[in-house]
Design a protein around this ligand. Structure first.
Ligand SMILES: O=C(O)C(=O)C[C@H](O)C(=O)CO
Ligand SMILES: [Zn+2]
Length: 275
């Protein structure tokens, strides 16, 4: 597992494009592999599993000094690919496109499988340390708390589907879901915000080869952007906005961990104050 150390605000001010990409952008989807990245920020682990012929088992790795991955951790899973299965301690969860799964602390064996190796499942994972056991539970788009935000005039009409949150699937600190932009809408989270109480990771997906999302980051008065392509994730530290503008509509998975789970606990920044 690679480790990504945290970058401070003052270091950020002087970083080049390549340095920003190397420190904050995460590229983990690889056919036939399960790749993980350990982030110092909130001790998040971000991962991607794309099983083909055989199933891929989630191992703790030496970085966790644990008997198994979920000994002290919880995980959120989102399938952004073809049909697949996640097996948790002998129970199979069938995962269609955009199905989610919360895996609680204490689950000993977790494995990922595809139904069709030519149209594999693409599992995105986000994990944080957990202090209590909550039951493993599947999430379906039809059961998500759906928040409709934005407008066509502001090019930001979108639906936020909340899976793991205060009033939905229970967790210790993980809050997770995904946001779908309407065709022709390109902005997410604008007007933007920070929330020093939580850090966030975004995974952009549903982009074709020629499309990109300009992910906005940094304090509101000192923004930079990172150009993201399909299935790339980006770490958003506590001091950073997280917003994006695509060359066309896209979808993204957001996941957070930290001090609280209050989705609306945000420090909003007016567009006129951005620099
Ligand atoms: O579309 C949006 O707006 C979002 O999805 C916002 C993120 O979920 C977020 O930043 C939550 O803090
Ligand atoms: Zn946020």
């Amino acid at each position: 597992m690679d480790i990504r150390y945290a970058v401070g605000k003052s270091q950020y001010q002087r970083m080049t494009t390549d340095e920003l990409r190397n420190e904050f952008m995460v590229d983990l989807f690889e056919t036939g592999k399960l790749n993980l990245l350990y982030c110092e920020v909130e001790r998040a682990i971000v991962g991607a599993a794309v099983p083909t012929q055989s199933c891929l088992a989630l191992e703790a790795g030496k970085e966790l000094a644990a008997d198994y991955f979920c000994q002290r951790r919880e995980i959120g899973v989102l399938n952004i690919g073809g049909n697949g299965t996640v097996t948790v301690d002998g129970t199979d969860y069938s995962m269609e496109n955009l199905d989610g799964l919360y895996i609680g602390r204490g689950a000993k064996e977790v494995a990922f499988q595809s139904v069709d190796k030519d149209s594999p499942a693409r599992f995105y994972l986000i994990s944080y340390p957990a202090h209590a056991d909550y039951p493993t539970k599947q999430a379906k788009k039809a059961d998500a708390n759906a928040l409709k935000l934005g407008s066509v005039e502001d090019a930001n009409k979108r639906t936020i589907y909340q899976y793991i949150h205060e009033n939905g699937i229970k967790s210790c600190q993980l809050v997770m879901g995904f946001t779908v932009l309407e065709p022709g809408c390109v902005w997410n989270t604008m007007p933007c915000h920070t929330h020093e109480r939580r850090t966030e990771v975004y995974l952009y997906f549903g982009l074709d080869d020629d499309s990109r999302v300009f992910h906005m980051m940094g304090p509101g008065d000192e923004t930079r952007h990172i150009v993201m392509s399909n299935e790339q994730a980006v770490i958003s530290p506590m001091w950073s906005i997280h917003s994006g503008c695509g060359t066309k509509a896209y979808t993204f998975c957001w996941g957070m961990g930290g001090e609280n789970q209050r989705f609306d606990d945000m420090d909003h920044i007016a567009i006129k104050d951005l620099k």
